[in-house]
Every structure is written in structure tokens, then in C-alpha cells.
Design a protein around this ligand. Structure first.
Ligand code: PEP
Ligand code: MG
Length: 585
């Protein structure tokens, strides 16, 4: 019988398929005891599954590049560490060898024990790591099931229905041909959701009734925009599905036509779309789509997932190749943004801090480790001899930091010239504006800057006191808070007053839903992942800049998110209807 369930659309796209349910632990709750003679074979089966899980993680890492690798790297590291954790492994062996439990049941017992440890921790960050244990155990369990001939959760043409799905699983599910995912929990701003959007995998989250109401094998229709999930759709639903699918295919074809198009508003103003890049593939894609340059090159990936620091030569080659790859268009290289939340294997960042987001991170860490910072800057300066290069400094909170960075760059440039290196005559040096203090004190910082790039991902978390990685408060972590919109406007305006080019390089810049809002606030430079460039170009081309700017005042007068959302809905029509906020009290 037809049934409609409501969730939240987290990744656009529609899908029709049979439901594949994944109900956590249902199969493993029964106690499972084995004979003494089976023990070694069971241990071997268990280790085979652990190896398979490790192999899957490795294969996944090799397939990922660029932003996906960046998004997933942290999860893959944590999952790999859990899989090699001696406590987990010894515990499992003891349970099978001494307790004579079957592998699945031993896995369940170990999972319960570890989850209890994490749940008992005071720190919400560590408590939230419980989810990682669940995902790792789920991966090993799936490998055990595969070994016994059971079908994996989610096969070609099916729609996976689960309590939650880990980011590391997504790419695999897609490779297996799963066409959409519905989760009972989760949020639209989780890493899983961000990643689903990059992979173009339709995803509906927070469909609370999904596991209770959907039967295994039921026909499902899923709309990742509206969050609608229809179980056993009727003829009318199927008609709607076909129409929607044609619309989406048309949209996609339309976007492809924009590959070589100009990025100009309807009233003829050129908007610059730069790319956020981390790999050669990103650089090549940025080029193919006509990006204005690289607006953010995150250098952390050279330092993560390894035990030794990259030396000057290795870094120089990476930066030089980036500059050469852009054939004259500017490449903006961000200096190291490590911290205890993105700790490197070589131990540059502190292994742990009480509050990593507020700790020794970004330029603070670089200035505290001067030899390391000097090595990176020397490599960047040497690459400047090969093309247009700009230096971007992350996590700046005060003028003194920029004064120190500029002095160091000047000294290193002198040193390199004396050594006979061919480097640029001048360098543009900019700051990421992602700490509210820097945003509010920008006028005083301006003489130390040649350009700025607003890191909305961090600026939002610090302005709204909402941890960007915490799903529990994901609803608060939104750019649509009036305070945040006003702060953005302030930074763009002060930057303009001091003749500083201003870009936004956080996720917000790559989300076409916010393009008009940013244009209304005065933004002309966007830096975004190449996978979203065409959508934003289309939104720019459909916008009337003068009309949007005329209405900026009413946007800045908004009192709450609902009023900003109404302004956004209205801005798509750009002024045909009455202004939504201006007259409201
Ligand atoms: C940001 O904070 O918006 C940003 C682009 O930097 P990252 O996401 O690397 O912290
Ligand atoms: Mg940041």
C-alpha cells in the first residue's frame, strides 16, 4: 500500500528502486557458541573479515582525490586506527578462543564494550566517536556476511535504508550501484551529506520512520531535494517521477553547456569563479571549466597521513606544478592549517588539546614552529618564479600575526635571491578571514593585506559557537543567521573600502542556493570546488546584480532565519513580488 514518509533532502537527485534495509545488529544479538574444534577456523574467518575491511579502506583511499580525499581522510584514518587497535583485536581473539563465541557474536560483544567506553566520556567529541566504532564494526560484519554468502547491504539498483551511513561508506555504495540512500538519523550538514552532494548521490536524512515503515524489497521513490520518500508509489507518483527525471536530465545537460560560458550576471557584470583544489585532477578540472584561477590550495594534504615531514624540495615541486598547471592564472597557496583536529603523523601539531578548534592551529602553529614554516614559505617563494602565485594565511586573528608573517617572507625572499633563486619580484599576501576578531578588526589589518578570502566554514562555527563537525547542533551551523549575514556584509564592505579583493572560499561559495545572497552582499569573487562550479555559474548568469544589490538592505534587516529564507525565495524572482523583509516588524 502506498505510504509517504517525510525526511530532509540532503543531496539532490531522484531515484526509484527496491529497498534494501540495513538494521543494525539485528542478526548479531543472538548468542552464538561454537565447538572447540571450530575455534581456529572461526578465528581465521574473523581475521579474514578484518583484512577485507582494511583492504576496503585502502582501496577507498586510493580511489579518492582532491576534496573527497580531504573530506574522507580523517574518517579513513580513524577507521583504520580502530581496525588495528590491539584492544579490539585481542578482545575478539579471546572471545572466540576462550569464550567459544562465534565471530559475529564476539564482534557484537566487543562493539558493546567499546561503545560503552566512548559513551562514558565527558568530552562530546569523544562521545561522538562512537559512530566511528559502529561504522567500523558494520564494515567487518558485512565482510563476515559476505564470507558466508549473504548479499552485501545495498546492491545495484537498490536504495539503501539505514539508521546512518558513514562518509567512508558512501563511495563504495555508489561503486556498487546503490542509487540512493535514506537514513532515519543524520543531518543535512553532516560530512556524509557534504560528501553525498559531491558524489551526486541522492540522500534523504532524518526520515525517522523509515526503518519501521519500509519493508525489505518494497518499491521506493526518493527525492533528495524535497526529502520525500514514497513507499509503493502509485501511477500518479510514477508519472511525477518521470517528469522530474526529465527535468533533472535537462538541467544537467544545460549545465554542461556552460562549460565554456562566461560568468556574467544578466546585467553584464563579470563574476570571478576560482577553484578550491588539492590535486592534479582538481587543477585540470578547474582549467577545463574556465576557473579564474585557484582560490584555495590547501597544503595540509602534503603533511597528513605520513610519518615524515615533506622537505623543501618535495613541497617546492608540488607548488611549482600547481603554478605551472594554471598557465598564468593565479594560484593561491594557503600555508599550513594543521591543528589537533587535523593532526599530522609527524607530530607537528599537538596530538591533543582541550579545545582543538580554539587552539594551536593555522598561523598560530606555523609561528610557533618557525623552522617548519620557513621551509614551507621558501618552497612557496621558489615556486613563484614559475607563474602567478599568491600566499594565503589561515586562522589569522590579529594584526601582529600578519606583521610577523610578512617580515618572515621578506627575510626569506632576500635569502633566496642571495642564493641565486629566481623568484617573483613581489608577492600578494592575504589572510583567511575566518575568526570573528579578524573580521571585526579588518580595517586595522588592511595595510598588511593584499587580498582576503573569507573562510565561511570556520567563520560560521566561531561566530555562531556551533562546532562545524557536530551533528547534534547541525541546525545551528547555518549561514542564514542574521548576525552571520551582517558580518559577511561588513567584511565585504570594509575589504572594498580598502581596495582589497575579497573572495569567499568556504562551502557556502559552492552552494548555488546562496549565490544570490552573496551577490547581494557585494561579493564578486567565489572560490569553490570544481564539482559545483557550473551550478554557481548558472545561478550567476540568472541573477540581476543591480536588482539584488538594491534589495540588500532588506536582507540585512532580517531578524531571523525564516525572514532570510523568505528573502532568498523572493530573490529568485528578483523583485517582481513585494519585498519580504523591508516592511516587517
Ligand atoms: C573555511 O574555514 O571556510 C575554509 C575554507 O577552510 P577549512 O575548511 O580548510 O578550514
Ligand atoms: Mg578554515
Amino acid at each position: 500500500m502506498r505510504q509517504a514518509l517525510a525526511g530532509q533532502g540532503a543531496s539532490r537527485g531522484i531515484a526509484l528502486g527496491r529497498a534494501r534495509l540495513r538494521i543494525a545488529h539485528a542478526a548479531d544479538t543472538r548468542e552464538q557458541v561454537i565447538e572447540h574444534a571450530q575455534v581456529e577456523a572461526e578465528v581465521a574467518r574473523l581475521h579474514c573479515a578484518l583484512d577485507a575491511a582494511r583492504g576496503e579502506l585502502n582501496a577507498l583511499r586510493e580511489r579518492l582525490h582532491g576534496a573527497l580525499a580531504h573530506e574522507l581522510g580523517e574518517f579513513l584514518d580513524i577507521h583504520a586506527l580502530i581496525l588495528d587497535d590491539p584492544e579490539l583485536l585481542n578482545g575478539l581473539d579471546v572471545l572466540v578462543r576462550t569464550g567459544h563465541y562465534g565471530a559475529e557474536y564476539a564482534l557484537k560483544l566487543q562493539r558493546d564494550k567499546l561503545v560503552a567506553v566512548f559513551e562514558g566520556m565527558d568530552d562530546p567529541y569523544f562521545r561522538s566517536r562512537r559512530e566511528d566504532i559502529e561504522h567500523v564494526v558494520g564494515r567487518v560484519r558485512a565482510a563476515l556476511h559476505r564470507g558466508t554468502g549473504e548479499a552485501p547491504a545495498g546492491i545495484a539498483g537498490e536504495i539503501l535504508v539505514a539508521e546512518s551511513v558513514g562518509p567512508a561508506e558512501l563511495a563504495q555504495l555508489q561503486a556498487r550501484g546503490v542509487t540512493a540512500i535514506v537514513t532515519a538519523g543524520g543531518s543535512t550538514l553532516s560530512h556524509t551529506a557534504i560528501l553525498a552532494r559531491s558524489l551526486h548521490m541522492p540522500l534523504v536524512v532524518s526520515a525517522h520512520e523509515a526503518l519501521a515503515q519500509i519493508d525489505e524489497g518494497a518499491a521506493l521513490m526518493v527525492d533528495g531535494s524535497s526529502g520525500e520518500v514514497i513507499c509503493e508509489p502509485d501511477a500518479g507518483d510514477l508519472r511525477r517521477f518521470r517528469v522530474r527525471r526529465q527535468e533533472l536530465a535537462r538541467e544537467r545537460r544545460g549545465l554542461q553547456k556552460l562549460r565554456r560560458a562566461e560568468t556574467r550576471t544578466r546585467d553584464g557584470v563579470e563574476i570571478r569563479l576560482y577553484a578550491n583544489a588539492e590535486s592534479r585532477q582538481d587543477v585540470a578540472q578547474a582549467h577545463a571549466l574556465g576557473a579564474a584561477g585557484i582560490g584555495l590550495y590547501r597544503t595540509e594534504f602534503l603533511f597528513l597521513q605520513r610519518n615524515q615531514l615533506p622537505d623543501e624540495e618535495e613541497q617546492f615541486r608540488a607548488y611549482r606544478d600547481l603554478v605551472l598547471g594554471m598557465t598564468g592564472r593565479p594560484a593561491t597557496i594557503r600555508t599550513l592549517d594543521l591543528g589537533a583536529d587535523k593532526a599530522d603523523g609527524a607530530g607537528v601539531a599537538l596530538a591533543s588539546e582541550p579545545n582543538p578548534a580554539l587552539g594551536l592551529r593555522g598561523v598560530r602553529l606555523s609561528l610557533a614552529r618557525l623552522p617548519l614554516f620557513a621551509t614551507q614559505l621558501r618552497a612557496i617563494l621558489r615556486a613563484s618564479g614559475y607563474g602567478s602565485l599568491r600566499i594565503l594565511v589561515p586562522m589569522v586573528s590579529c594584526r601582529e600575526e600578519m606583521v610577523a608573517v610578512r617580515a618572515l617572507i621578506a627575510e626569506l625572499a632576500r635569502e633566496l635571491r642571495t642564493e641565486g633563486h629566481e623568484i617573483a619580484d613581489q608577492f600578494e599576501i592575504g589572510a583567511m578571514i575566518e575568526v570573528p576578531a579578524a573580521a571585526l578588526a579588518l580595517a586595522g589589518l588592511a595595510d598588511q593585506l593584499d587580498f582576503i578570502s573569507i573562510g565561511t566554514n570556520d567563520l560560521m562555527q566561531y561566530t555562531l559557537a556551533a562546532d562545524r563537525g557536530n551533528d547534534a547542533i547541525a541546525g545551528l551551523y547555518s549561514p542564514l543567521h542574521p548576525a552571520f549575514v551582517r558580518l559577511l556584509r561588513e567584511v565585504i564592505a570594509v575589504g572594498g573600502k580598502h581596495d582589497l579583493p575579497v573572495a569567499v572560499c568556504g562551502e557556502m561559495a559552492g552552494d548555488a542556493r546562496y549565490t544570490r545572497l552573496l551577490l547581494a552582499l557585494g561579493l564578486t569573487d567565489f572560490s569553490l570546488h570544481p564539482s559545483t562550479l557550473l551550478e554557481v555559474r548558472q545561478a550567476v548568469r540568472e541573477s540581476d546584480l543591480q536588482a539584488l544589490r538594491r534589495r540588500a538592505r532588506s536582507l540585512l534587516r532580517a531578524k531571523d532565519r525564516a525572514q532570510i529564507e523568505r528573502w532568498m525565495a523572493w530573490s529568485k524572482g528578483e523583485g517582481k513580488d513585494r519585498e519580504p523583509v523591508a516592511g516587517s516588524r
